[in-house]
Every structure is written in structure tokens, then in C-alpha cells.
Design a protein around this ligand. Sequence first.
Ligand SMILES: NC(=O)c1ccc[n+]([C@@H]2O[C@H](COP(=O)([O-])OP(=O)(O)OC[C@H]3O[C@@H](n4cnc5c(N)ncnc54)[C@H](O)[C@@H]3O)[C@@H](O)[C@H]2O)c1
Length: 339
Amino acid sequence: MRYCYHYPNMAKIKVLLVGYGYWGPNLARNLNDNSQIEFSGILEIDKDLHKKISEDYPGIPIFSDIDEINDGHDAAIVSTPATTHFSIGRSLLEKELHVLVEKPLATSVDECEKLIKIAKDKNLKLMVGHTYLYNSSVIKIKEIINSGEIGNLLTIHSERLNLGQIRQDINVMWNLAPHDFSIISYLVGSYPKSITASGNDFIKKGMHDIVYVHLGFENNVTGFIHNSWLHPLKSRKVIVVGSEGMIVFDDTKLDNQIVVYEKGVDWDKITKSQKGKNSRFEIIDGDYYSPKIEAQEPLSTEIQAFIDWIKLDKQPISDSMNGLEIVKILEKAQKDLEI
Ligand SMILES: NC(=O)c1ccc[n+]([C@@H]2O[C@H](COP(=O)([O-])OP(=O)(O)OC[C@H]3O[C@@H](n4cnc5c(N)ncnc54)[C@H](O)[C@@H]3O)[C@@H](O)[C@H]2O)c1
């Protein structure tokens, strides 16, 4: 066991996991591996999954209804479909548990505000799983932008494309864009002032499977998001364009996920050369490199941030206000999709 000299209170935090579908097992593995956590149980309504749970974690308490859970838990992590986040989150907070809800925090601004109020009234921590804010590559990109290496930030493009997995409960934007919105807002350092969206609902009427969102920030910085469940190839890319350099983050790659390019336009020459109609703006096509990124699992860092908040009162980046701001963007974009 690691010696945690900085924790005045050495008691382990007892954490319950809610939902053991596709994503839940990843959370379970990280809960089980964290020496400051006692993995105190799994709540899963689908009884067909209980055999798998007891095979994966022999002896762990399993619950199939939220009313069954006992008082042997300090906190809970919710990994159920987005449309259930509000009701499950509210019940857990009412049971006096600190709560980390997978993205999105809830499916409306009103629901988020209600959860935030309960957490505040009860002095409980409420966090959202914007996992990419704990991703070493995203943190590195932020450092590069802040260092001034790529000049002024101009625009960020973020795409999450694949054939499926097609959900029935929420559209592609509510499913994937919480990642893109949280990454772009973090890299820009503010939330967007303007949001416009368009898309298609080819597979199921009213349930968008392709979405394009434009974000407008202070200082003319823009963001562009493309999410699709109808794309032949899997793509998870963030492309940052600055006045003196560009960064490409490809999350499907195992190594060299970030490449920094000395690419751009020679702005000095633009202003100096007001030549005839056949003149061209000069471009810079310089060197490129791939910075070293410390390998660590973002989910493990995210869970540690939750524990640090409970134990040390250290505010995480994806607190409930961050969750609310991202749902505000989703709600505004959704209104545009419905026009
Ligand atoms: N951070 C990430 O990168 C990431 C990746 C994938 C999914 N997610 C999020 O994780 C959450 C779960 O997604 P998923 O793909 O695992 O969904 P899923 O449908 O595969 O699994 C959800 C599980 O929750 C269970 N469940 C539903 N209602 C419940 C209830 N009331 N009580 C207990 N269990 C209940 C279901 O039986 C199911 O096993 C979603 O919010 C999703 O957005 C996050």
C-alpha cells in the first residue's frame, strides 16, 4: 500500500458504483485499484449482470434497487444512461452521499441546478465525469497554448466520429459532445458566448445521429464540433490552430498522440505585400515534434480528484458548475437542432 503522508485522515472512502454496463467496469477497475478507496458495492438493476459482477469482484455487495443500499457508503459514482442521472443523483445525494456522475451531469439545466442545490444544502461534493480534463494529452496542449508557443489561439476543431454505438435514449451530441465542449472550453479558458448547431436524424426521426456545432468565444476565438454515429471510420481528434503554430491530438493513437506543427501564415508579409491579384499569402511550413506525455489513465486521475475533493476539499476542474456550463451549451445547441 502507498504511504499517503499528506492525508491527515487515513480512513478509506467507501465508494459505491451505480451501473455495470459498458463503462461501469472501467470505473470498477479503477475503484478497486485505488488504495484510498474501499470499493463498497455495486448497484445494478439488470440482474443478468450480477453473475458477472460477482465473478469480477467476488464477495462485493450487489444491490438491484437504490432503496436496498445500506449506509455503508460515503460516496457513489453513477455510470448509468444519461436520462437516469438526475433521478439517481438526487436519490444518492438525499442519502447523504458525495456523488460523481458520468457525463453529462444531467439532461437539462433545470435538473443540474436542482442537483447542485441539494449538494450545496447538504454540504456534499457533486462532480461530473468530464474525463478528458484529466487526460495528460489535453493538459499538455493547454500548457503549450499557455506558453505562447503557437501564438494567439484562433480556432479549435474537435471531432468524434464512428459507425455507432447508436444509443436509443439520447442523440449523438448529448452522448459525445460533452467531451468536445469540455475540452474546448478548458483549452480556451472560458465558456462560449454564442452557440449554433445543425445536424441530421437519418436513423431515427428526432434523434440526431450527425451534429455540427459552432462555438464563438471572446477575442474571436471559435470552436467547431463534428459528432457522428454514421461515419465509416473511427476518429477522435482535436485540432488547435494558433497564429504561429498548430497542434493535432489524435486519441485513437497509442503513441505520439500530440503533434505540434510550426505551421501558419506569415502575417508580416500579408500586411507588407499588397500586390496584384495573383499574389499569394506566404505560408510557414516548418518543423514538427511530438512532446513526451506521461502515461496515466485519465479515469484514475478523475477518481483521485473526487477523493481529494472529499478528503482535502481540493476543488476539481470538473465540479458541478463545470457540469452545469456544459449542459447549458448542450441545451442551447439542442434548441437549434429542433428548429
Ligand atoms: N467518460 C467517458 O469517456 C465515458 C465513456 C462511455 C460512457 N460514459 C458514460 O457512462 C454512462 C454509462 O454509459 P454506458 O455506455 O456504460 O451505458 P450502458 O447502457 O452500457 O450501461 C448502463 C448500466 O446502468 C444500468 N442501470 C440503468 N438504470 C439503472 C438504475 N436505476 N440503477 C442501477 N443501474 C442502472 C443498466 O442496467 C446498465 O447496465 C453514461 O452516462 C455515459 O455517458 C462515459
